[in-house]
Design a protein around this ligand. Structure first.
Ligand code: GDP
Ligand code: MG
Length: 440
């Protein structure tokens, strides 16, 4: 279903996730993968080259945003450039004349008729009146289907099941409604394939209807066929926008990207279900996230401004559970406590630990926090990892370096030993096989 594009890109992204450093060589490899993935998916070669050139340039030129690792930085650029390719937030339908004539294009089953009703409802919400012309002489009961869908919306439908001339139906329908409605949507017939008959009919219809906007409806589950469909319909008339249907469930709409690249028209809406309300304005960022199978991409972008506390948090808990709690861990703990105290929250969940934390761990710490932090900055890494080595001469040096007193250093060490003892007490070897030990 999702051949090519999204699968390849997802694999590339996975590969990228495993890398720790992004140097020039790695970056080249990554962009090659992206190129391969896009070209294999029939995206225009020129588009691909421009895209990957820009990814390389930005990855090397741009300063690493705070809180992002190099790999996350590159992933973000890839993502942003794909968003750019598929279009920034598109303009919604700009209904600038009356009647504004919309013509629906697409293969049979792509979702044209359903989308026609969805669109009518969407326009109604905007305070616009809509009428629908049924020119589908192909599908049995096409007219009934449209009527059923639009009756609850109070949207009139013109059609004549006995008339088998689509062009004639269009002409009569447009005359019938005149300029009484803000929008007239002409729903058309499809075929199972983009065959000559269908394309001929669309060409003729387009000449007669003279639409203000032609919307191509693409089934979001068809993968790479989307490009060929777009290419075929492009020959019949100028396509103004795309609606991708059936983006509910697991469909990611990978093919739509190629269709967009093919006809250079923006996606304006997506269909997310069979009901008339299952219709949304297109959100490029969400679409790309979905396409790449990276549900957490929004989080990733938010992280650019945050400090990566999660990792430190986890590392420290691991260190504590392993029975080793250094001054460095405590420094991390203090830093986090100042924010929200995630460690304390974690500790509270461990049976037997929560209540044993020194009382000073909360209130007093806040007051002494700055002092401790200054003191620890004055310590060497060796001292932070091996606090036991801090004896008299080191105490003198640390206090002097921090501009504080020996008492302050002793106070810090006392607090450290107290915390360590409390943690160890609750985290005996027995507990390691408990649920928390396993969890970590
Ligand atoms: P048309 O032949 O292009 O007019 O397609 P239809 O509007 O008749 O839709 C074909 C089938 O797809 C119908 O069963 C619709 O209910 C279904 N369909 C249309 N849009 C969506 C959608 O967004 N999600 C889902 N799940 N089904 C859809
Ligand atoms: Mg139909």
């Amino acid at each position: 279903m999702l051949e090519g594009l999204s699968e390849n890109l997802t694999n590339t992204m996975k590969k990228l996730s495993g890398m720790s450093i992004i140097d020039k060589k790695t970056l080249k490899e990554i962009t090659k993968e992206i190129q391969k993935a896009l070209i294999q998916s029939d995206v225009n070669v020129k588009v691909v080259l421009n895209l990957t050139k820009e990814i390389q340039r930005r990855a090397l030129d741009e300063e690493l945003p705070k809180g992002l690792s190099p790999k996350e930085h590159v992933m973000r650029i890839v993502y942003e450039e794909l968003v750019y390719l598929i279009g920034e937030k598109p303009e919604p339908l700009d209904i600038n004349k009356k009647p504004y004539k919309i013509m629906m294009l697409g293969l049979q089953g792509s979702g044209k008729t359903t989308t026609t009703a969805k669109l009518a409802k969407n326009l109604k919400k905007r305070g616009l009146t809509t009428a629908i012309v049924c020119t589908d002489t192909w599908r049995p009961a096409a007219y009934e289907q449209l009527k059923q869908l639009s009756e609850p919306l109070d949207v009139p439908v013109y059609g004549d099941p006995k008339n088998s001339d689509a062009v004639d139906l269009a002409q009569k329908g447009l005359e019938h409604f005149g300029s009484k409605y803000d929008v007239i949507i002409v729903d058309t017939a499809g075929r199972h394939k983009e065959e000559a008959d269908l394309l001929d009919e669309m060409k003729q219809l387009s000449t007669v209807v003279n639409p203000d906007e032609v919307i191509l409806v693409i089934d979001g589950t068809i993968g790479q066929q989307a490009r060929n469909q777009a290419k075929a319909f492009k020959q019949t008339t100028t396509i103004g926008s795309i609606i991708v249907s059936k983006l509910d469930g697991s469909a990611k709409g990978g093919g739509a990207l190629s269709a967009v690249a093919e006809i250079n028209a923006p996606i304006k809406f997506i269909g997310t279900g069979e009901r008339v309300d299952d219709f949304e304005a297109f959100d490029p960022e969400r679409f790309i996230s979905r396409l790449l199978g990276m549900g957490d991409i929004e989080t990733l972008i938010e992280r650019a401004t945050e400090v990566t506390a999660d990792k430190t948090d986890k590392e420290m808990v691991e260190s504590i559970v392993s029975g080793k709690f250094t001054l460095k861990d405590m420094e991390n703990q203090l830093n986090m406590m100042q924010k929200m105290g995630p460690l304390q929250q974690v500790m509270k969940l461990i049976p037997g630990v929560g209540n044993q934390l020194p009382k000073s761990a909360t209130k007093e710490t806040e007051e002494k926090l700055d002092k401790y932090k200054i003191l620890m900055k004055s310590m060497t890494n060796y001292e932070l990892e091996n606090p036991d080595v801090i004896k008299k001469s080191r105490v003198n040096r640390i206090s002097r370096g921090a501009g504080l007193t020996n008492e302050d250093v002793k106070d810090l060490l006392k607090y450290y030993n107290l915390t360590k003892k409390a943690l160890k007490g609750g985290m005996g070897k027995r507990n390691m096989s408990g649920p928390m030990g396993k969890l970590l």
